[in-house]
Structure formats: C-alpha cells, structure tokens
Design a binder for this molecule. Structure first.
Ligand SMILES: NC(=O)c1ccc[n+]([C@@H]2O[C@H](COP(=O)([O-])OP(=O)(O)OC[C@H]3O[C@@H](n4cnc5c(N)ncnc54)[C@H](OP(=O)(O)O)[C@@H]3O)[C@@H](O)[C@H]2O)c1
Length: 331
C-alpha cells in the first residue's frame, strides 16, 4: 500500500473520480466526511472516513494528520447568494490549511482545486487565459474561488501549495454538462448569443484527476498555479454536433438566445432561488458567466512543468459519458 492521502469533497463529481483514481494507484485514501456529507456514498467507496467539520479544528487536524498529500476539492458551485460561496469556498480552505500547518506530521503537498472562473474569461480565444494574466472573475463563484486561491498562496511559506484551475468538467457523474446533453437528446439546443463564435475549454473528469495527481507529485509545481484543460476551445456547435452523433439524434433544432434574454432569465432564476432557498440552474451569477465569449484557457504551463496534456478526445469523452448516463438510466 502506498502513502495516505486526504481528499475533501470526495462524494462530489470530481471527488468520486479522484478517489477511484488514487485507489487504483494504491494510495491509502482518507476522506473528510462533514455532518452533511453523503456518508453512504463515501463508505461504499471503501476508504478511510474521518468525520469532521470545517468549524472544528481538532477534527480537521485528525483528518490531515499523517496524510502525505491533501487534495482540497470541497466547494460550492451553486448558491443562492454570495454568502453561500464564501461559506463553502473560502472558510473551509482557510480552516484546512491551518489544520495542515498545525498537524504534527503535515502534508508534503496541499493541492487546491480552484476554477477557470477565478481567472475570468479570456479576451481572445487564442491562446486563452494564461496563468500570469491578472484575474478578473465575473461571478460571485469566481470571486470566492479567487479569494480561496489568495488564502492558499498566503500559506506558501509554511506549506508546499499547488493550485489547479479546471475549466468546465464533464464525464461520468457530472450533472451540469449533462443538462446540455439531455437537451440534445431531445433534439434541442439553446445557445447563448451566436453558438458559432463562443469558445470554451472543457476537460474530461478522468483526464482532470490524472492531471491533479501529476501536479501534486511535481516538484516544479510547488507554489504554482495551473490550468488543466483541453488543448483547444470548442464552440457550442461543435460540441452539439459531437453529442448528437453519439446520441444518434438526427436533427437538432437550435434556438439562439440573445444575451439580454439570458441575463433577464438569470435575474428571474435568482429571484426564484432566493424564494425557495434552492439555487436555480440559471441565476444572475451563472448568466454573467454564460454570456462571456471565451472561457478558454491555455494548457501550456502544465505541459511544460509536468508533462500533462489532456488525452481524451472530445468524441471519445462524450461517447463514454453518454454510455455512463445510459447505464445509470439518466438518458
Ligand atoms: N465541475 C466542474 O465543472 C468544475 C469546474 C472547475 C472547478 N471545479 C471545482 O472542483 C471542485 C469539485 O467540483 P464538483 O463538480 O465535484 O462539485 P460537486 O459535485 O458539487 O462536489 C463538491 C463537494 O464539496 C462538498 N461540499 C458541498 N457543499 C459544501 C460546503 N458548503 N462546504 C464544504 N464542502 C462542501 C461536498 O462533498 P462532501 O460532502 O464529501 O464534503 C460535495 O460533494 C469544486 O471545488 C469546484 O469549485 C468544478
């Protein structure tokens, strides 16, 4: 058996894939189970579970103690308000970093999974955002991830920290890109503005977790930030064409929504979310992200520093993901 590693957010989409990947590489995987966590799911994964709470430092120290690496994936991607992002993305990372510093045997690497949203959209699709660009997040989610990054860097003297920023992630278990695939399976595509000009980076979850481990093991990555991404930015039309082919859908009716309509729908969704207390699929925050033209980031630094390139082609990744949704009865 290999060394012990701690994964937070282990019951989520990317966390599930990372736990699986680490177990296959013979790491002893420990997960942090919050009182609200889906404990049945974590325990079914056959890992060591440490019960804890981000507001309880001693429980976090127990979770971190003896872990060679910490992978902090826990976070909130949808919230009805700014406070929710702050509580889920900013406070936990600070508590966990403090626990890692105070643990008797601290980790040899603290890897934080941030997001392209922390950097903000690119001004041009080529080469997209690079790590050196000044961040300009356009959403409360992105601002909370950027603040979490700042906190990670402030621990850089005391801990070997690495930050990775994935773009949109798809793959088995994802529920966001799934909405798009479900729409295509029904022969419909809604696009923000002109579906031909917008570009976005994407990464398959299995590629991402491979990149996360490569970053955590790379001596060159200490104190650094990386995009882990597809080599190119895709248009909605391209992804829709690949998806309809894989789904066997002959004709897809496209409805192009003007950006103002998306912003207005986001406003309405946000209002409904606050009334019900449940984040709607579209809210002002998500709408502000959706109307951007280029959510594209450059893969070059990760390739140069630790040799990571995404290996799963869009066609293969979409096929594999659709097969999983079908197996699960989601499609
Ligand atoms: N999916 C994407 O496209 C994408 C893209 C870029 C970056 N990311 C980042 O990648 C990480 C994982 O994303 P994901 O898609 O796997 O998300 P997810 O499926 O929503 O999982 C996130 C996990 O975080 C934990 N969590 C939820 N609410 C929390 C809270 N208030 N405080 C602390 N922990 C909480 C939960 O795990 P436990 O119950 O096990 O603690 C949850 O399963 C996140 O940090 C996200 O910002 C995701």
């Amino acid at each position: 058996m290999g060394s012990t590693v701690l994964v937070t957010g282990a019951t989520g989409f990317i966390g599930t894939l990372l736990v699986d990947y680490l177990k296959k590489r013979a790491y002893r995987v420990r997960v942090l189970l919050r009182p609200q966590s889906d404990s049945a799911k974590a325990l079914a994964a056959g890992v060591e579970a440490v019960r804890g709470d981000y507001a309880d430092p001693s429980s976090l120290r127990r979770a971190v103690e003896g872990a060679e690496m910490v992978f902090h994936l826990a976070g909130v991607t949808k919230s009805v308000d700014r406070e929710g992002y702050y509580r889920g993305n900013v406070l936990p990372v600070r508590s966990l970093l403090e626990a890692a510093v105070s643990a008797g045997h601290g980790p040899g690497r603290f890897l934080f999974v941030s997001s392209l949203a922390a950097a903000g959209p690119a001004r041009n699709p080529e080469p997209g955002v690079v790590e050196e660009d000044e961040p300009h997040p356009v959403s409360a989610y992105g601002r909370s991830k950027l603040e979490a990054e700042r906190i990670c860097r402030s621990f850089g003297e005391r801990l070997p920290v690495t930050i990775v920023r994935p773009p949109a992630v798809y793959g088995p278990g994802d529920r966001d890109v799934f909405q798009f695939l479900k729409m295509i399976s029904g022969g419909l595509m809604l696009a923000a503005g002109d579906g031909r000009t917008q570009r976005f980076s994407l990464i398959h979850g299995k590629d991402l977790v491979r990149g996360i481990l490569m970053a955590a093991l790379s001596p060159a990555a200490v104190g650094e930030t990386y995009f882990l991404t597809s080599p190119e930015g895709y248009s909605w039309d391209r992804v829709a064409a690949v998806a309809s082919e894989a789904l066997g859908v002959k004709k897809v009716r496209q409805i192009r929504l003007p950006k103002q309509v998306i912003l207005a729908a986001g406003f309405a969704g946000g209002f409904a979310g606050r009334l019900t207390g449940r984040p709607a699929l579209l809210n002002p925050d998500k709408a502000a992200e959706m109307v951007q033209d280029y959510w594209v980031c450059s893969p070059r630094k990760a390739e140069a520093d630790f040799g990571f390139t995404a290996a799963i082609a869009l066609e293969e990744g979409i096929r594999d993901t659709i097969a999983w949704y079908r197996e699960q009865g989601w499609l």
